[in-house]
Design a protein around this ligand. Structure first.
Ligand SMILES: Nc1ncnc2c1ncn2[C@@H]1O[C@H](COP(=O)(O)OP(=O)(O)OP(=O)(O)O)[C@@H](O)[C@H]1O
Ligand SMILES: Cc1cn([C@H]2C[C@H](O)[C@@H](COP(=O)(O)O)O2)c(=O)[nH]c1=O
Length: 214
């Protein structure tokens, strides 16, 4: 595949969506073929699965069912949107991907990072991101940010106890140790301007390297 697959990860309220929108605006100006998308979602079927997973009324959802639904949404999103874009050489920036499953379902739900990785192999068939930017923030600070954002819908996972969100962050830290070449950590507790300028610099570097290779 000739494109470049970049994923953005982090706990709730880390600022992923905010920064991705700013990056999209910047890249669109420069004429780069960029696709901005998200998980779970990004295409009709996966958005429908998203509604089921994140509905706060679905309190009886089993943890393995949750993990499988994320993997199913991922599969459809890859096949319908991400892979075709990469094949035509586009830059794909995805708000969350496999690492979210590893941190949330694998570590925080306690299903096991290795186990969730294995389940997801069926969905991704070894298609991993070229680079992942991990936005790190203390769970309390991230949750505080989303609490003051009154326009945002509260989802089923936001409602988990603080301890769950700490385990999510712990899961991401384990992934950084496991994939140091792929995952770059950014301190997301900084101002929007600082997080944006660091992200922009990293993405510019990745684009430059990518175009050298072509
Ligand atoms: N660096 C920042 N400093 C202060 N507030 C921020 C910062 N980045 C984002 N915010 C605000 O925090 C809230 C959450 O941001 P955003 O939706 O981008 O986070 P997210 O990582 O996509 O969250 P989630 O994964 O929970 O959807 C928004 O109201 C946004 O304006
Ligand atoms: C892809 C993916 C996501 N999650 C969780 C993380 C968030 O709580 C929601 C998505 O909401 P957002 O506002 O779009 O960030 O889903 C998960 O638990 N596992 C996953 O694989």
């Amino acid at each position: 595949m000739q494109g470049l697959f970049i994923t953005i990860e982090g706990p709730e309220g880390a600022g992923k969506t905010t920064i991705i929108k700013m990056i999209e605006k910047e890249l669109t100006k420069t004429g780069v073929d960029v696709i901005i998308t998200r998980e779970p979602g990004g295409i009709h079927i996966a958005e429908q699965i998203r509604q089921v997973i994140l509905d706060p009324n679905n309190t009886s959802m089993d943890a393995r069912t949750e993990a499988l639904l994320y993997a199913a949404a991922r599969r459809q999103h890859l096949v319908e949107k991400v892979i075709p874009a990469l094949e035509r050489g586009a830059i794909v920036i995805c708000d969350r991907f496999l690492d979210s499953s590893l941190a949330y379902q694998g570590n925080a739900r306690g299903l096991g990072i290795e186990e969730i990785f294995a389940v997801n192999q069926f969905a991704i068939q070894e298609l991993m991101p070229d680079k992942t930017l991990y936005f790190d923030i203390e769970p309390e600070a991230g949750l505080k940010r989303i609490a003051v954002n009154k326009g945002r819908e509260v989802n089923r996972l936001d409602l988990e106890k603080l301890d769950f969100h700490y385990k999510v962050r712990e899961g991401y830290k384990k992934l950084i140790d496991q994939f140091p070449e792929r995952i770059i950590e950014i301190d997301a507790s900084q101002s929007i301007e600082k997080v944006y300028s660091q992200t922009k610099e990293i993405i510019a570097g990745l684009l430059a390297l990518h175009s050298e290779k072509e």
